[in-house]
Design a protein around this ligand. Sequence first.
Ligand code: ITT
Length: 201
Amino acid sequence: ARLVLATRNPGKLRELRELLRGQVPDLDVDTQVIDAATAGVPDVKETGVTFAENSLLKARAVAEATGLVAVADDSGLEVDVLGGAPGIFSARWSGSHGDDAANLKLLLAQLEDIGLEHRAASFVCAASVVSADMDAVVEGRLRGTLLTEPRGAGGFGYDPILQPEGMDRSCAELSPEEKNAISHRGQAFRALLPQLVKALS
Ligand code: ITT
């Protein structure tokens, strides 16, 4: 079986490869999964208003362009006190798409006067799979608190400032295995697995 991961985000790709490794019968993730950039697929406009819509838009566009089964991930950070922002705009919060350092810095500045007890937030991930004859999308969530200073060097994006509920480390201080075990992405892709197996069979 062959699968395209419809993403250009290297942080997501790393985690997705790890999450899919050994999970799908007859799928050798290392050699047979290709990313959207490798597949030569043009950039997809994310015109949806929800994570689920954008995830399906990306998977559909890549499935159509390649003729392969495609998997996509649309994700972001919802901050309670900001009414759910940056949400679907997480990758371009500072204005330049994918500039993790600038996005994180702006968000910390916006929360500057807000005490730890009011800094609840969630990572959200909508995982989708699209083939010629089916599609499916599932959401996963990780609750936590936003720290006042970045901590740790692992992961990507907002990981250095999200401390998951019940933990004393940021997501960037977790090993890749520890993060995948609890993350929004891990939960979403584990729940999507039966549909993914169906799409590939
Ligand atoms: P693709 O559309 O090519 O997959 P993207 O980076 O544009 O890549 P999104 O629009 O879904 O993807 O934006 C996701 C943003 O949310 C990402 O840039 C991070 O800032 C943030 N994010 C998502 N998952 C995260 C995680 O596990 N840890 C930290 N930040 C995360």
